[in-house]
Design a protein around this ligand. Structure first.
Ligand code: BEZ
Ligand code: FE
Length: 271
């Protein structure tokens, strides 16, 4: 091939070779190939500014997790990474430590999330940025739901010299990925459910360290072993401690059960 870009040439050569091998190995028929083209066409047509069906396809085929695994080799002693997902929106507002990312009540049970951002050597990291986002108890992220304020259940926090972080969120709830399009058809055809185990998303970064995109999963979710996008890693499964409304530390005016989670975040030094 005359492709001047060496990496592109390599990727295209391998892709075409594997694609041809796949067709030969499976003895793909003309009808099956037409169905595949129809499926990919429908996947493209399902994409909108707030829905990326190709990302969902990559996630549900386990491709996103494999690419993530390759990208994060060599950081085994740091907090493990997992998929970004389609609902990350850059530009979350900066919040004060201790603030709630829930802009009002009614999005779930309050959960106090805290910990220390530290290096793999155990040193607290000053000035680490935590970008946090999660879904409401109706299963939707603010970006998908015009009933929620734009900045609801998302926010950016910055650590001080002790590396500590603390903020209020809601105890995460399981939710279904969009299954009313081609990816949903694929899941149904293969007997898979569309559920994701309850989680909070985090992007953590600091000068001189490798950033990590990760989740904190709730250990009581029934979907931990069958996540529709294969994103669960045992080290990311956490326990949300249950508290009664009158226990010390409850949010002001709280009349319901609340939860707390203490979980440290570890960053690997930049190579
Ligand atoms: C999410 O966790 O936001 C997500 C990840 C992959 C696919 C769909 C949703
Ligand atoms: Fe999510």
């Amino acid at each position: 091939m005359a492709t001047p870009d060496e990496r592109l040439r390599f990727l295209l050569e391998r892709m075409v070779r594997h694609l041809h091998e796949f067709i030969e190995e499976t003895q793909l028929t003309q009808d099956e190939w037409a169905a595949a083209i129809e499926f990919l066409t429908a996947t493209g047509k399902a994409c909108t500014p707030i829905r990326q069906e190709f990302v969902l396809l990559s996630d549900t085929l386990g491709v996103s997790m494999l690419v993530d695994l390759l990208a994060n080799r060599g950081t085994e002693t740091a907090t493990e990474s997992t998929v970004l997902g389609p609902f990350y929106v850059p530009g979350s507002c900066t919040r004060q430590m201790g603030e709630s990312i829930a802009e009002r009540d009614g999005y779930g049970d309050p959960a106090f999330v805290s910990g220390t951002v530290k290096s793999t050597a155990g040193r607290p990291i000053d000035g680490a940025a935590l970008d946090v986002w999660q879904n409401a108890s109706n299963g939707k992220y603010a970006v998908q739901d015009d009933q929620q304020p734009e900045q609801n259940l998302r926010g950016k926090f910055h650590t001080g010299p002790d590396g500590r972080f603390w903020f209020w969120a809601v105890r995460p709830t399981d939710y279904r990925i969009a299954d009313d399009g081609p990816v949903g058809r694929m899941l149904a055809a293969t007997g898979r459910h569309p559920w994701r185990p309850a989680h909070i998303h985090l992007k953590v970064s600091a000068l001189g360290y490798r950033p990590v995109t990760t989740h904190l999963f709730d250990d009581e979710s029934p979907y931990l072993t069958t996540d529709a996008v294969f994103a669960v890693k045992p080290s990311l499964v956490c326990h949300f401690e249950r508290h009664e409304p009158d226990e010390p530390g409850a949010p002001v005016g709280c009349s319901r059960t609340w939860f707390s989670l203490e979980h440290d975040l570890v960053l690997a030094e930049e190579a």
